[in-house]
Design a protein around this ligand. Structure first.
Ligand code: ADP
Ligand code: ZN
Ligand code: ZN
Length: 671
């Protein structure tokens, strides 16, 4: 303890500056820190926690500029070189500095000045004897195709991406669980990562996993954990104690030193894409992670993304199919189209749909009405002067929320009381236009006063735990009619549900977004898939003005294969993803012209052979919260060419002197 020598720590810090910073550190040669450890350092008049990415003898930083690191978190074992490589890849691919990717991927409690929370979590975990009896509790007998899939996934060696294409209710979960059982039995220390798209889907799966593997430690990672819980669960995964980690997209950056299998449930879901900050795709990173570790990965869906379908067609992914529902006698629901031109709706509901709901009530079965629009009405208006409730800060409308007596903008969260009279002409008769879930709820309760009606959307589930409570109520059978947005469409296994009514899907048919039809189709198939899962005959009624549309035809026939193949062909002919790779540069400014000017400069600042740069355009929703937004789309048929260009372009963009706030998104979903 008497021969301390200095060394240089190269530390990545969470800042937009694309750099690793050098710090001096004194220690015994035997105690030298390692890459992958965390250190507390002074940075821009603050103390921050950074990630050590290298340890060196020397630095180019002049001695008088060189600062000392304040502490090294020696009690935490280093993040593995594989984890550092994952963060490095994500940083590289999404064109962000390493620190901005790696550090936000760690629990907040690790990134603070004190180690109290860390020490507490370490102590707590040390006391928890890690259970390690991988033997599963009673496993249901799989049907032949499930068994085949479970064996293929559970027995896979090396990098083996599998698309598990199974209709809704085909028992994909059971396949995952039994594949997990095989991996846990084979790999003495092995860990498994399971990702789900929605936080609301974790409790059901968590309960299933706990019941199935009572002797295995499970960690969960999602946004509704408290910081203390997150620290504990993250650490359990990092120490290798948690053998199964279940989480939402953010869990893709968990530290899993013994990772042996990755499961991505509902892989098509857009929620796997982070829509702010580092706009990464957890699904894509998962595939990279599996490749890096040379381990199997399974992507499951009844409606795979066209990207994954394309890979399956080309043989890059192995495709396994489950064509039938797993529960005995359970068949896919009958899908019928209701022509709204013939059966004119009252309060948004056609006579056929109302009659079908009535039948379910008589039989004591559940109905689900799907409408992807929350609030009471998307806008209120004055019929005498034409005034409409526009948001003063955004290019959008203030949505009427009647139970809360408010108008709300869903984009900037501006709120106000409902005006008693028209602000321009004084007319007191302001009318709601269109309908959202609240209005449908009101109408149904009036039509069926005896029925137990429940609405599930972002508004009704704002309080922590209330979504879980609402879903439990449905599962217990205490609800007759459920109304919901896409929150209810995904993954849930409702046993008594025999009718799904889809209220107003037509708008997506004519969207400018070329992905709109892929998304609508997936959404309809998914929500339809909530019906008839327990073997009671069931139906899905779609209210539409375009019953001839081929998209609806495909839904009626549950025909994903043809629909997807046709879409892929269209995409190939139109040279669109997945046959083309894109990046989107966004700019924000007080004035639209400023944003457009910056983008024009960006377009012209670099030679770009082989890369198409489109013209700058305002975003569809141009103004949000008093900021104008514009975008520039960059495309190439070659991913490496695009990547190489982006790297150089980012450097050039940083040198452009501009006050505009800009950001780059790679593989954008919404353009
Ligand atoms: P998916 O995720 O494919 O939509 P789930 O995994 O939710 O389907 O399974 C649907 C239902 O089928 C669940 O209630 C599940 O318990 C049941 N199930 C799955 N496999 C079997 C099986 N082999 N035998 C009987 N029931 C099964
Ligand atoms: Zn008016
Ligand atoms: Zn607004």
């Amino acid at each position: 303890m008497n021969n301390p020598r200095p060394c240089i720590l190269q530390i990545a810090i969470d800042t937009p500056l694309n750099a690793v910073f050098d710090y001096r550190w004194q220690c015994e040669p035997a105690d030298r820190p390692h890459a992958g450890q965390l250190a507390l350092v002074p940075f821009a008049h603050r103390e921050v926690v950074g990630l050590i990415v290298g340890v060196a003898e020397q630095t180019d930083v002049p001695v008088d500029k060189l600062k000392d690191a304040l502490a090294v978190r020696a009690q935490l074992s280093p993040l593995s070189p594989q984890w550092l490589a994952l963060a490095g890849f994500a940083a590289d691919y999404y064109q962000r500095p390493l620190g901005e990717v790696a550090l936000p991927g760690l629990p907040k409690n690790l990134r603070v000045g004190t180690t109290v929370a860390l020490d507490r979590a370490i102590k707590k975990l040390a006391k928890l004897a890690a259970p390690h009896d991988p033997a599963p509790a009673d496993m249901p007998v799989l049907n032949a195709s499930q068994q085949q899939a479970a064996d293929a996934i559970g027995g896979a060696q090396g990098f083996q991406p599998t698309l598990l294409y199974g209709v809704t209710g085909s028992g994909k979960t059971e396949v995952y669980l039994q594949a997990c059982a095989q991996v846990l039995a084979r790999e003495a220390e092995g860990q498994i990562l399971i990702l789900v798209p929605e936080i609301n889907l974790t409790p059901q799966l968590e309960a299933n996993i706990r019941a199935r593997f009572p002797g295995v430690m499970l960690a969960t990672l999602h946004s509704s954990l408290s910081e203390g819980e997150r620290m504990l669960h993250w650490l359990a995964a990092h120490q290798g104690k948690a053998r199964i980690v279940l989480g939402t997209r953010l869990a893709i950056l968990a530290s899993l030193p013994q990772l042996k299998l990755i499961v991505i449930d509902e892989e098509h879901d857009p929620s796997y894409k982070q829509q702010e900050g580092l706009r990464y795709s957890a699904r894509d990173l998962a595939v990279w992670r599996a490749w890096q570790l040379q381990i199997p990965i399974v992507l499951g869906s009844a409606t795979p993304s066209l990207e994954s379908w394309h890979h399956a067609q080309s043989g890059r992914y192995r495709k396994l199919e489950l064509r039938e529902r797993a529960v005995r006698n359970a068949v896919l629901p009958q899908v019928k189209l209701i022509d709204m031109e013939r059966d004119k709706p009252t309060d948004g509901l056609t006579a056929a749909l109302v009659a079908a709901i009535g039948q379910r009530l008589e039989r004591g079965e559940q109905s689900l009405l799907f409408l992807n629009r929350r609030g009471y009405a998307p806008v209120i208006c004055c019929e005498s002067c034409g005034w409409v409730s526009e948001c003063t800060r955004c290019t959008s409308f203030m949505v009427l929320h009647r139970p809360e007596h408010r108008l709300r903008c869903h984009h900037c969260s501006l709120e106000m009381r409902i005006p008693r009279h028209c602000p321009t002409c004084g007319n007191v008769d302001l009318q709601p236009l269109g309908r959202g879930t609240q209005r449908v709820e009101e109408g149904l309760q009036a039509l069926f006063p005896e029925a137990r009606v429940l609405r599930i959307d972002a508004d009704s589930t704002r309080k922590k735990g209330s979504a879980q409570e609402a879903f439990d109520t449905v599962h217990r059978g205490e609800v007759d009619i459920l109304i919901g947005t896409q929150m209810v469409a995904k993954g849930h296994d409702f046993k008594k549900l025999t009718l799904v009514g889809i209220m107003n899907p037509d708008t997506a048919l004519f969207s400018q977004d070329y992905r709109a039809s892929e998304r609508l189709f997936a959404q309809l198939m998914q929500v339809a898939g909530r019906a008839g899962r327990a073997g009671i005959p069931s139906e899905v009624l779609i209210q539409t003005r375009y019953p001839q549309h081929p998209l609806y035809g495909a839904v009626v026939h549950h025909d994903y294969d043809h629909f997807a193949s046709a879409l892929l062909e269209e995409r190939e002919q139109a040279a669109l993803p997945p046959y083309l790779f894109q990046a989107l540069l966004r700019a924000e400014a007080r004035e639209l012209a400023t944003a457009l000017e910056f983008l024009a400069m960006a377009r012209d600042c670099l030679e770009h052979p082989g890369i198409t740069i489109n013209d700058p355009i305002p975003m569809t929703m141009t103004r949000v919260h008093n900021v104008d937004r514009a975008q520039l789309l960059v495309e190439s048929p070659s991913r490496p060419a695009l990547q190489a260009f982006l790297k150089e372009w980012m450097r050039a963009l940083r040198d452009l002197k501009s006050r505009v706030k800009w950001s780059l998104e790679v593989d954008p979903l919404d353009i």
